[in-house]
Design a protein around this ligand. Structure first.
Ligand SMILES: Nc1ncnc2c1ncn2[C@@H]1O[C@H](COP(=O)(O)OP(=O)(O)OP(=O)(O)O)[C@@H](O)[C@H]1O
Length: 285
């Protein structure tokens, strides 16, 4: 499924004293199977944008096309749009409400009126994908750790077999281990199922490591777009938008400033290690 956003503008509380233009003429395209990172300073419009994609919010102006069809053309189809485009919210507590982990994940497929066998198979497959062990199925979601809660919330979306998975800050507030586990689960999901993923994140390191393409939001506009290499080269522009490049980029910029012949499009620790080892070898020779 391809998603096209055409000239999307959204205004909260229009024609009142609290009027706020959260999105301003945004046009974007997300292709089937892409892994896209959405970054931007707080208040730049990321959440407002992703809520448009599965029809929770209706544009003030512009349109959202799924495979060429405006999602609001036929209101009866919106439920189907929400199934095809799954949105895992930033706070898993908003999504978890059943007595057990199993029931929570089964909620979506049950609403889709699938057979008992299909529901069971979807629930188990979703929980396995996110790495939740069977011993936890009968626990209350509220007894789980922060990372486990998040994984259960993601499984609840996955159990409906969405074609697109949107994750709003899936690693916020987690310790490094919980963060890595969630990111690995998302990576695995993208690779194994070929599902389109849109990852909203404040963490440049997470985004740089995982995504094919980055969209930078700034003051309600899509301000920059490109591969991680292309975007993270623009350190000064990012900083002007209140963002930072991954820490590795700064190390390489400092080396360049000192006269070392190093590339400026390095941003993962793994790549940095290789280049630095080479540099050390050259310096020794
Ligand atoms: N329900 C609302 N009513 C009025 N204004 C809102 C509402 N929700 C968001 N806004 C405003 O719209 C703008 C965009 O907000 P949005 O939540 O989309 O940004 P964001 O990039 O997701 O921020 P964050 O990273 O903090 O989640 C902000 O100025 C915000 O204050």
């Amino acid at each position: 499924m391809s998603i096209k956003i055409n000239h999307l503008t959204y205004i909260y509380n229009p024609e009142t004293a609290f009027e706020k233009k959260a999105l301003d003429n945004v046009s974007l395209e997300i292709k089937k199977g892409e892994f896209v990172g959405l970054i931007g300073h707080t208040g730049s419009g990321k959440s407002t944008l992703i809520q448009h994609l599965n029809g929770i919010i209706t544009p003030s102006k512009g349109e959202i096309l799924l495979d060429g069809e405006n999602i609001h053309r036929d209101k009866a189809k919106l439920k189907e749009v929400r199934r095809r485009i799954g949105l895992a919210f930033q706070y898993p507590e908003y999504q978890l409400f059943e007595m057990t982990v199993y029931k929570d994940v089964a909620f979506g497929p049950t609403n889709m009126q699938l057979s008992k066998e299909e529901i069971h198979s979807n629930v188990v497959s979703a929980l396995e994908t996110v790495g939740i062990a069977p011993e936890l199925y009968e626990k209350s979601p509220f007894e789980l750790s922060g990372g486990q809660k998040r994984r259960v919330a993601i499984a609840g979306v996955l159990a409906m077999n969405p074609e697109v998975l949107i994750l709003d800050e899936p690693t916020a507030g987690l310790d490094p281990k919980g963060r890595d586990e969630i990111l690995q689960a998302i990576k695995h999901l993208h690779e194994e199922r070929g599902i389109t993923v849109i990852l909203v994140s404040h963490s440049m390191e997470d985004v740089a490591k995982l995504v094919d393409r980055i969209i930078v939001m700034h003051e309600g506009k899509a301000a920059m777009e490109g591969t991680p290499k292309e975007v993270f080269c623009h350190v000064q522009e990012l900083e002007a938008m209140g963002l930072a490049a991954p820490q590795v980029s700064y190390v390489f910029q400092a080396l360049k400033d000192k006269g070392f012949d190093v590339p400026l499009d390095i941003f993962t620790v793994e790549e940095a290690k290789k280049v630095l080892m080479n540099l050390v070898r050259q310096v020794r020779v």
